[in-house]
Design a protein around this ligand. Structure first.
Ligand code: AVJ
Length: 322
């Protein structure tokens, strides 16, 4: 695979974001995108196999079962761009269905070079495929893909795994609107959304028995220690998952188990924590089917079809740019 690389996330940017998040008055926070370094991505891969966390398996099941139906609804010829390629495992179903009909170019867009490499290893054996990876932030990468397209060539954008859930609702709509502006009428967006479910099920999914999600969350502090020379003592923070009923999301936090001070060398920062204070690290918003239809509409898409898994409430939504 060809990879077009720039270095999108310098240590400097990471340090600036950490500084901004940990000096916020009130709730301290860290951006969830930083959970996914090589270690974090590997831990997330384990999460996706946990019995309590059905999201990724539901996503893959839907794509496997409905790939032909999905592909049948697309305007062709079509190229495929994926925002956050992950391992590429679930994308295979869509690409195989498409490649049976036409030669297909697949553009994974991903800030993690190791995830890009993994996805190309996973998918390069598909017949009639060309893979061109972009090591970029989502919208930057999509802009470049759109610039590469030839006239008459449509685009299918994949935004799977309910990554959209990491945005709050207004930011999610704004993001979809930005994707829409890069697309042309008739292009499509396949959007995976986790659906609302019971608090019991959600808390189990985000605070599993084995402690894998706790490790995933705590790795963010370990990463700040590694990359920014900080002094977080991981044994003095604990993983917390909470339901926010108002925003219909699950939040992950890291709670300081005592009063403590942490130095972060590269951010030229010393941060104080009181006992019980938390750092908010991620939100995972849950949706209803009609809500996705209206959200799509607000962003300039028509929702052409929705497929729902029969084991774990999760939907694949095919949105067509109007
Ligand atoms: C990869 C963003 C979909 O929100 O469920 C899993 C990340 N965090 N367990 C999600 C995650 C904790 C996941 N997404």
């Amino acid at each position: 695979m060809l990879i077009q690389a720039i270095t999108p996330n310098t240590t400097y940017e990471f340090a600036a974001d950490v500084r901004a998040g940990l000096t916020k008055p009130g709730q301290k926070e860290l951006l969830s995108k930083y959970l996914y370094d090589d270690v974090g991505s590997a831990i997330f891969e384990v999460i996706s196999h946990l019995p309590e966390y059905g999201l990724t398996r539901a996503d893959e099941r839907l794509l496997r079962r409905h790939a032909h139906d999905i592909v049948d609804r697309l305007a062709t010829p079509v190229s495929v761009a994926e925002l956050g390629s992950g391992s590429g495992r679930k994308t295979r179903h869509i690409l195989e269905a498409l490649c049976r009909r036409q030669r297909t170019t697949y553009y994974p867009i991903e800030i993690s070079p190791s995830a890009l490499a993994m996805c190309e290893r996973e998918l390069r054996d598909i017949e009639s495929i060309s893979i061109l990876g972009f090591e970029r932030e989502y919208l930057d990468g999509l802009l470049e893909v759109a610039a590469h397209r030839s006239t008459g060539q449509h685009l299918l954008v994949l935004f799977l795994g309910s990554t959209i859930g990491n945005f709050d609702r207004p930011a999610g709509i704004k993001f979809l609107g930005e994707v829409r502006r890069i697309l042309q009428p008739g292009d499509s967006l396949l959007l995976g959304t986790d659906l609302e479910k019971s608090s019991v099920q959600l808390l189990a999914a985000y605070d599993d028995e084995l402690g894998v999600t706790a490790a995933f969350n705590l790795n963010l502090l370990a990463r700040i220690n590694r990359e920014l020379g900080a002094t977080f003592d991981l044994s003095q923070f604990e993983h917390v998952a909470r339901i926010n009923h108002e925003t219909r999301s699950v939040e992950m936090h890291l709670r300081s188990m005592r009063r403590q001070t942490v130095a972060i060398d590269a951010a030229e920062l010393s941060v104080e924590f009181i006992e019980g204070e938390t750092i908010w690290t991620e939100s995972s918003h849950k949706y209803s089917l009609p809500e996705v239809v209206s959200l799509a509409h607000t962003a300039g898409f028509r929702c052409a079809a929705q497929w729902v898994d029969d084991q774990w409430p999760f939907a694949e939504n095919l949105l067509i740019a109007e």
